[in-house]
Ligand binder design. Structure first.
Ligand SMILES: Nc1ncnc2c1ncn2[C@@H]1O[C@H](COP(=O)(O)OP(=O)(O)OP(=O)(O)O)[C@@H](O)[C@H]1O
Ligand SMILES: [Mg+2]
Length: 345
């Protein structure tokens, strides 16, 4: 008689068409029943259309019939809601009071750092009017779904992504919405997306401290916040506002990243402080959190983002950032039953 483990192993290679992830990775398998040689599978229908469900039935049968002693395979789909289906261990929001300081970039790099460690990562692009995550990852496939919810689009590295840009007819279409609609969209991205099993969900926030960041902080169980700043005077002043809002809401600031700290002159290796002297430490002190990294202005990075290839980025500064960020992320993960989530919504 086959074991549960053998059945799961055989299904690990069954990729869901259009999503290209296995039913195991997507957390679609609800139950396996084995009686003598008869295997009964119960799968969540999780946003899958009828055609895909049929395809999975046929292919699950084919995969399992390869196992010795399997005499019959039956597959049943049960309705589910994202709420019962999702299992997200840690939610980290990336925030800054000011626009254009590199929040989206830091979100992207954070996701890449975690994915390189083998973590399952998703990005919720909460910037509804200025989404930039899909372009950075070079993705434009529309998420598939049905009335109960949708499945995120997957990046080449396997990072799950949901952004309003993926749902627009044309990626250049402008979204001209007011606060309540924007908040509604963010809530839907949380409540009506089949994220499945994730170690981390990173939330890329729009600039400012208005509706969208508030919605995220109050609707999602945010474990911690990463603050992004640049050395500019104005940036650090506005960032302090974001720090103050985060603290008022009772969320924990995990760390501060200073972006565009300097430019390394190619031939001499000399560092030029284009936006002025570093204020990273100052901002970090104000936030009561560590300064995780100082990222340089790197033309190679800008070019990779424009080409949709952020996942290919390597540099010494990125290595240092990855190490500091993943360490703090892992810690926030472990302390998720502690202080960090007690204060949340
Ligand atoms: N360290 C860097 N080196 C080179 N280019 C960078 C760096 N940081 C950001 N950029 C580029 O600057 C631009 C703005 O960055 P990004 O979109 O991440 O900022 P943002 O804070 O998310 O902006 P917004 O407030 O509009 O959401 C992007 O084109 C990005 O590729
Ligand atoms: Mg952004």
């Amino acid at each position: 008689m086959p074991t549960q483990e053998q059945v799961k192993d055989a299904l690990r290679y069954l990729l869901v068409p259009g999503v290209m992830r296995s039913i195991i990775a997507l957390n679609l398998l609800k139950e396996v029943e084995i009686i003598d040689g008869k295997v009964g599978l119960t799968l969540f229908s999780a946003g899958l259309g009828e055609g895909t469900q049929e395809w999975l039935k046929v292919n699950a049968q084919e995969a399992l019939e390869q196992l010795t002693e399997v005499t019959k395979v039956s597959t049943e789909f049960v309705e589910s809601t994202p709420k019962e289906f999702n299992k997200i261990d840690s939610v980290i929001a990336i925030m800054s009071g000011k626009g254009g300081v590199g929040k989206s970039l830091v979100t992207g790099l954070s996701a890449v750092a975690l994915a390189r460690l083998g973590k399952k990562v998703g990005i919720l692009d909460a910037d509804i009017t200025g989404p930039s995550i899909p372009k950075m990852f070079g993705i434009n496939t529309r998420p598939i779904g049905n009335a109960s919810g949708m499945l995120p689009t997957i990046s080449p590295m396997g990072i799950e992504i949901i952004s309003i840009n993926l749902l627009l007819e044309h990626e250049d279409d402008a979204v001209i919405w007011r606060g309540p609609l924007i908040s509604g969209a963010i809530k839907q991205f949380w409540e009506e997306v089949y994220w499945g099993q994730l170690d981390y969900l990173l939330v890329d926030l729009p600039p400012g401290t208005a509706d969208a960041p508030l919605t995220v902080m109050q609707t999602l169980p945010v474990n911690g916040v990463i603050i992004v700043s640049t050395p500019q005077d104005l940036a650090s002043m506005v960032v302090r506002k974001a720090v103050s809002m985060t603290q008022k809401i009772g969320k924990r600031i995990l760390g501060v990243v200073e972006n565009m700290s300097y430019l390394e002159v190619p031939d001499t290796g000399k560092r030029m402080e284009i936006f002025g002297k570093s204020r990273g430490k100052e901002v970090a002190d104000a936030a009561g959190a560590p300064l995780l990294a100082q990222l340089p202005i790197d033309p190679k990075l800008a070019a990779l983002c424009d080409a949709g290839e952020v996942e290919k980025y390597t540099s010494e500064a990125f290595d240092a950032f990855s190490e500091a960020f993943t360490e703090i992320a892992l810690k926030s993960h472990r302390s998720k039953d502690g202080e960090s989530v007690k204060t949340t919504s």
